[in-house]
Design a protein around this ligand. Structure first.
Ligand SMILES: [Zn+2]
Length: 98
């Protein structure tokens, strides 16, 4: 499963076309709220799960400022509040697609 085209279909929605011909849309809000990075999701180290710190919601939190492809398996998204550590694999994106 590979995304063949990713674009903003509206100011607050991402539109993705997949190599099997399917297309899907992901609201930027859902994309950001499901950020897969350790800071947002928490992480499990040696069987102990660390919960993320409560986050401040800064202005620009849901403004997409950049998308960069990571290898052949994921994209890295930058947000208006400066957050850019989330690596979204195709699998994560496909699961978020409506
Ligand atoms: Zn994050």
């Amino acid at each position: 499963m590979i995304a063949t085209q990713i674009k903003l279909s509206s100011p607050d929605e991402l539109s993705i076309t997949w190599d099997d011909g399917a297309t899907g849309k992901i609201p930027l809000r859902a994309l950001r709220d499901n950020c897969p990075c350790a800071g947002c999701r928490g992480e499990t180290v040696l069987l102990k799960t660390y919960k993320p710190e409560p986050q401040q919601h800064l202005p620009g939190r849901y403004n997409l400022t950049g998308i960069e492809q990571v290898g052949h398996y994921a994209i890295q998204i930058s947000w208006g509040d400066g957050h850019s550590t989330g690596i979204y694999t195709w699998e994560i994106l496909r699961n978020l697609c409506k």
